[in-house]
Design a protein. Structure first.
Length: 286
Protein backbone atom coordinates (compact mmCIF):
# COMPACT_ATOMS: atom_id res chain seq x y z
CA UNK A 1 0.00 0.00 0.00
CA UNK A 2 1.10 3.55 -0.68
CA UNK A 3 1.28 5.66 2.45
CA UNK A 4 0.49 9.34 2.13
CA UNK A 5 2.86 11.49 4.15
CA UNK A 6 1.35 13.11 7.23
CA UNK A 7 -1.66 10.83 7.54
CA UNK A 8 -0.45 7.62 9.17
CA UNK A 9 -2.94 6.56 11.87
CA UNK A 10 -3.34 3.93 14.56
CA UNK A 11 -5.56 1.62 12.56
CA UNK A 12 -5.37 2.57 8.92
CA UNK A 13 -3.39 3.87 6.01
CA UNK A 14 -4.51 6.50 3.54
CA UNK A 15 -4.06 5.10 0.08
CA UNK A 16 -4.68 6.53 -3.37
CA UNK A 17 -6.09 4.12 -5.92
CA UNK A 18 -7.14 4.35 -9.53
CA UNK A 19 -9.60 1.46 -9.66
CA UNK A 20 -12.30 0.12 -7.35
CA UNK A 21 -11.09 -3.43 -8.08
CA UNK A 22 -7.95 -2.72 -6.07
CA UNK A 23 -9.86 -1.95 -2.88
CA UNK A 24 -9.30 -4.13 0.19
CA UNK A 25 -12.35 -5.99 1.45
CA UNK A 26 -13.11 -3.93 4.58
CA UNK A 27 -13.25 -0.54 2.92
CA UNK A 28 -14.50 -2.04 -0.32
CA UNK A 29 -17.65 -3.36 1.37
CA UNK A 30 -18.75 0.12 2.40
CA UNK A 31 -17.67 1.68 -0.88
CA UNK A 32 -19.70 -0.92 -2.77
CA UNK A 33 -22.87 0.05 -0.87
CA UNK A 34 -22.35 3.76 -1.58
CA UNK A 35 -21.58 3.15 -5.25
CA UNK A 36 -24.54 0.78 -5.62
CA UNK A 37 -26.85 3.44 -4.20
CA UNK A 38 -25.37 5.97 -6.62
CA UNK A 39 -25.99 3.59 -9.54
CA UNK A 40 -29.59 3.05 -8.43
CA UNK A 41 -30.05 6.81 -8.22
CA UNK A 42 -28.75 7.15 -11.75
CA UNK A 43 -30.85 4.35 -13.25
CA UNK A 44 -34.04 4.39 -11.15
CA UNK A 45 -34.03 7.88 -9.65
CA UNK A 46 -32.74 9.58 -6.49
CA UNK A 47 -35.66 8.41 -4.35
CA UNK A 48 -34.80 4.75 -4.99
CA UNK A 49 -31.11 5.41 -4.47
CA UNK A 50 -31.71 7.01 -1.08
CA UNK A 51 -34.14 4.30 0.04
CA UNK A 52 -31.50 1.66 -0.64
CA UNK A 53 -29.13 2.97 2.01
CA UNK A 54 -31.35 4.23 4.87
CA UNK A 55 -33.31 2.76 7.75
CA UNK A 56 -35.47 4.14 10.55
CA UNK A 57 -32.42 5.50 12.40
CA UNK A 58 -31.00 7.45 9.45
CA UNK A 59 -30.92 11.26 9.47
CA UNK A 60 -30.72 13.65 6.52
CA UNK A 61 -29.81 17.31 6.90
CA UNK A 62 -31.98 19.23 4.41
CA UNK A 63 -30.65 21.56 5.85
CA UNK A 64 -32.25 20.86 9.27
CA UNK A 65 -32.15 17.28 10.55
CA UNK A 66 -35.05 15.02 9.54
CA UNK A 67 -35.69 11.31 9.84
CA UNK A 68 -34.63 10.00 6.43
CA UNK A 69 -37.35 7.35 6.07
CA UNK A 70 -40.17 9.75 6.99
CA UNK A 71 -38.69 12.37 4.72
CA UNK A 72 -38.54 10.02 1.73
CA UNK A 73 -41.97 8.54 2.42
CA UNK A 74 -43.42 12.04 2.12
CA UNK A 75 -42.01 12.26 -1.41
CA UNK A 76 -39.90 15.38 -0.92
CA UNK A 77 -39.00 17.83 -3.63
CA UNK A 78 -35.68 16.15 -4.42
CA UNK A 79 -33.84 16.51 -7.75
CA UNK A 80 -35.05 14.54 -10.75
CA UNK A 81 -31.46 13.55 -11.51
CA UNK A 82 -28.75 12.95 -8.92
CA UNK A 83 -25.36 11.29 -9.31
CA UNK A 84 -22.44 11.09 -6.92
CA UNK A 85 -18.99 9.53 -6.84
CA UNK A 86 -17.13 8.85 -3.56
CA UNK A 87 -13.55 10.10 -3.49
CA UNK A 88 -12.92 9.44 0.21
CA UNK A 89 -13.89 6.40 2.26
CA UNK A 90 -12.86 5.21 5.71
CA UNK A 91 -13.88 2.34 7.94
CA UNK A 92 -13.12 1.93 11.64
CA UNK A 93 -11.13 -0.98 13.01
CA UNK A 94 -14.28 -2.26 14.74
CA UNK A 95 -16.02 -2.34 11.32
CA UNK A 96 -19.10 -0.65 12.77
CA UNK A 97 -18.53 2.92 11.58
CA UNK A 98 -17.48 4.58 8.36
CA UNK A 99 -17.51 7.71 6.23
CA UNK A 100 -17.87 8.37 2.51
CA UNK A 101 -17.63 11.71 0.76
CA UNK A 102 -17.36 12.96 -2.77
CA UNK A 103 -18.67 15.23 -5.54
CA UNK A 104 -22.23 15.13 -6.78
CA UNK A 105 -24.29 16.53 -9.65
CA UNK A 106 -28.03 17.13 -9.54
CA UNK A 107 -30.75 18.67 -11.67
CA UNK A 108 -34.44 19.40 -11.85
CA UNK A 109 -35.85 18.80 -15.30
CA UNK A 110 -35.84 22.10 -17.20
CA UNK A 111 -33.29 23.71 -14.86
CA UNK A 112 -29.50 24.00 -15.16
CA UNK A 113 -27.31 21.28 -13.71
CA UNK A 114 -25.96 22.00 -10.24
CA UNK A 115 -22.99 20.69 -8.31
CA UNK A 116 -21.98 19.96 -4.75
CA UNK A 117 -20.32 17.68 -2.24
CA UNK A 118 -21.93 15.07 -0.03
CA UNK A 119 -20.78 13.55 3.23
CA UNK A 120 -22.24 10.40 4.77
CA UNK A 121 -21.50 8.87 8.16
CA UNK A 122 -22.38 5.16 8.18
CA UNK A 123 -23.04 2.47 10.79
CA UNK A 124 -23.73 -1.23 10.57
CA UNK A 125 -27.11 -2.56 11.65
CA UNK A 126 -27.72 -5.77 13.60
CA UNK A 127 -27.63 -7.79 10.38
CA UNK A 128 -24.24 -6.36 9.43
CA UNK A 129 -25.58 -4.13 6.66
CA UNK A 130 -24.15 -0.66 6.15
CA UNK A 131 -26.79 2.04 6.63
CA UNK A 132 -26.61 5.82 6.64
CA UNK A 133 -26.32 7.30 10.11
CA UNK A 134 -26.38 10.85 8.79
CA UNK A 135 -25.92 12.54 5.43
CA UNK A 136 -25.46 16.17 4.50
CA UNK A 137 -24.57 18.13 1.39
CA UNK A 138 -23.18 21.47 0.31
CA UNK A 139 -23.41 23.28 -3.04
CA UNK A 140 -20.42 24.39 -5.08
CA UNK A 141 -19.73 25.44 -8.67
CA UNK A 142 -18.22 22.11 -9.72
CA UNK A 143 -15.18 23.76 -11.29
CA UNK A 144 -12.53 21.59 -9.62
CA UNK A 145 -11.97 18.12 -10.99
CA UNK A 146 -12.22 15.52 -8.25
CA UNK A 147 -9.01 13.93 -7.07
CA UNK A 148 -8.60 10.15 -7.21
CA UNK A 149 -10.17 7.93 -4.60
CA UNK A 150 -8.43 7.85 -1.21
CA UNK A 151 -9.26 5.50 1.62
CA UNK A 152 -8.40 4.39 5.14
CA UNK A 153 -8.22 0.60 5.38
CA UNK A 154 -8.24 -0.62 9.01
CA UNK A 155 -5.60 -3.09 10.10
CA UNK A 156 -6.19 -6.09 12.34
CA UNK A 157 -4.70 -4.68 15.56
CA UNK A 158 -6.63 -5.28 18.75
CA UNK A 159 -8.69 -2.56 20.39
CA UNK A 160 -10.29 -2.23 23.80
CA UNK A 161 -13.76 -3.79 23.78
CA UNK A 162 -15.62 -1.71 26.32
CA UNK A 163 -18.93 -3.09 27.56
CA UNK A 164 -19.92 -0.35 29.98
CA UNK A 165 -22.30 2.24 28.54
CA UNK A 166 -20.86 4.73 31.01
CA UNK A 167 -17.35 4.11 29.73
CA UNK A 168 -18.48 4.41 26.11
CA UNK A 169 -20.16 7.71 26.95
CA UNK A 170 -16.99 8.95 28.63
CA UNK A 171 -15.02 8.18 25.48
CA UNK A 172 -17.46 10.25 23.43
CA UNK A 173 -17.23 13.07 25.95
CA UNK A 174 -13.47 13.28 25.32
CA UNK A 175 -14.16 14.08 21.65
CA UNK A 176 -16.96 16.51 22.54
CA UNK A 177 -14.67 18.33 24.96
CA UNK A 178 -11.99 18.52 22.27
CA UNK A 179 -14.48 20.21 19.97
CA UNK A 180 -15.44 22.57 22.78
CA UNK A 181 -11.76 23.51 23.17
CA UNK A 182 -11.49 24.03 19.42
CA UNK A 183 -14.57 26.27 19.58
CA UNK A 184 -13.14 28.26 22.47
CA UNK A 185 -9.96 28.99 20.53
CA UNK A 186 -11.98 29.94 17.45
CA UNK A 187 -13.71 32.64 19.47
CA UNK A 188 -10.32 34.20 20.11
CA UNK A 189 -8.81 33.66 16.65
CA UNK A 190 -10.22 31.61 13.77
CA UNK A 191 -6.97 30.84 12.00
CA UNK A 192 -5.21 29.82 15.22
CA UNK A 193 -8.01 27.37 15.98
CA UNK A 194 -7.88 25.73 12.58
CA UNK A 195 -4.09 25.67 12.59
CA UNK A 196 -4.14 23.79 15.89
CA UNK A 197 -6.92 21.28 15.24
CA UNK A 198 -6.85 20.48 11.52
CA UNK A 199 -4.81 17.53 10.30
CA UNK A 200 -2.14 18.33 7.72
CA UNK A 201 -4.20 16.86 4.88
CA UNK A 202 -7.63 17.81 6.17
CA UNK A 203 -10.47 18.41 3.72
CA UNK A 204 -12.73 21.42 4.07
CA UNK A 205 -16.13 21.90 2.41
CA UNK A 206 -17.72 25.34 2.42
CA UNK A 207 -20.74 26.58 0.41
CA UNK A 208 -19.90 27.67 -3.13
CA UNK A 209 -16.23 26.77 -2.73
CA UNK A 210 -14.54 23.83 -4.38
CA UNK A 211 -13.10 21.18 -2.11
CA UNK A 212 -10.12 22.54 -0.17
CA UNK A 213 -7.53 19.92 0.76
CA UNK A 214 -4.68 20.61 3.14
CA UNK A 215 -4.53 22.66 6.35
CA UNK A 216 -2.35 25.37 4.80
CA UNK A 217 -4.82 25.88 1.95
CA UNK A 218 -7.69 26.09 4.42
CA UNK A 219 -5.81 28.76 6.40
CA UNK A 220 -5.11 30.67 3.17
CA UNK A 221 -8.81 30.54 2.27
CA UNK A 222 -9.88 31.84 5.67
CA UNK A 223 -7.37 34.68 5.46
CA UNK A 224 -8.08 35.64 1.85
CA UNK A 225 -11.86 35.67 2.28
CA UNK A 226 -11.61 37.29 5.73
CA UNK A 227 -13.74 34.59 7.32
CA UNK A 228 -14.31 34.43 11.06
CA UNK A 229 -15.93 31.30 12.48
CA UNK A 230 -17.49 30.64 15.88
CA UNK A 231 -18.78 27.13 16.55
CA UNK A 232 -20.67 25.29 19.26
CA UNK A 233 -20.88 21.48 19.31
CA UNK A 234 -24.23 19.82 20.00
CA UNK A 235 -23.72 16.14 19.18
CA UNK A 236 -20.96 13.53 19.12
CA UNK A 237 -20.53 9.98 17.90
CA UNK A 238 -17.51 7.70 18.03
CA UNK A 239 -16.55 4.39 16.45
CA UNK A 240 -16.56 1.48 18.90
CA UNK A 241 -12.85 0.92 18.27
CA UNK A 242 -12.28 4.56 19.16
CA UNK A 243 -10.00 5.93 16.46
CA UNK A 244 -12.64 7.90 14.50
CA UNK A 245 -15.45 10.17 15.64
CA UNK A 246 -17.70 12.98 14.49
CA UNK A 247 -19.11 16.11 16.07
CA UNK A 248 -22.07 18.15 14.90
CA UNK A 249 -22.90 21.68 15.86
CA UNK A 250 -23.89 25.20 14.93
CA UNK A 251 -21.68 27.97 13.63
CA UNK A 252 -21.79 31.71 13.14
CA UNK A 253 -19.68 32.71 10.16
CA UNK A 254 -18.61 36.27 9.55
CA UNK A 255 -17.66 37.05 5.96
CA UNK A 256 -16.63 40.25 4.24
CA UNK A 257 -20.07 41.84 4.22
CA UNK A 258 -22.41 39.57 6.17
CA UNK A 259 -22.86 37.13 9.04
CA UNK A 260 -24.42 33.74 8.23
CA UNK A 261 -25.79 30.97 10.44
CA UNK A 262 -24.34 27.57 9.60
CA UNK A 263 -24.35 23.98 10.77
CA UNK A 264 -21.17 21.91 10.69
CA UNK A 265 -19.89 18.37 10.92
CA UNK A 266 -16.33 17.44 11.78
CA UNK A 267 -14.77 14.03 11.25
CA UNK A 268 -12.06 13.42 13.85
CA UNK A 269 -9.16 11.00 13.92
CA UNK A 270 -7.08 9.92 16.91
CA UNK A 271 -3.47 10.36 15.84
CA UNK A 272 -0.39 8.38 16.85
CA UNK A 273 0.43 11.01 19.49
CA UNK A 274 -3.07 10.50 20.99
CA UNK A 275 -4.26 13.94 19.91
CA UNK A 276 -7.55 14.31 18.08
CA UNK A 277 -7.38 16.09 14.71
CA UNK A 278 -10.09 17.05 12.22
CA UNK A 279 -9.59 15.24 8.93
CA UNK A 280 -12.76 16.55 7.30
CA UNK A 281 -15.10 19.45 7.98
CA UNK A 282 -18.26 20.49 6.13
CA UNK A 283 -20.35 23.61 6.73
CA UNK A 284 -23.79 24.35 5.32
CA UNK A 285 -26.31 27.14 5.84
CA UNK A 286 -29.07 26.55 8.35
Amino acid sequence: MIYKKGLSILAAALVSVSAFAQMPEKVGGLLNVDKTAANISKSEGPHAGFKYMVDKQSTFYVPSPVNAVNYLDNRPNIPDLLTWEPNLVLVSRSLDWGVTSGPMEFQKVGSPKRFGQYLSVWRRDKKGNWKIHLRTEVDNFGKKKSEGLEYYEPDSKNFLKHRSEKRLQQREEVVFQTDELFSTILKADTRTGYKEFLADDARFYFPWKDEIEGRDKVLDFLKKDRIEIDTEPTEVGRAYSGEFAYTLGTATVGMKDKVVKFSYIRIWQLKDDFNWKVILEMMWER
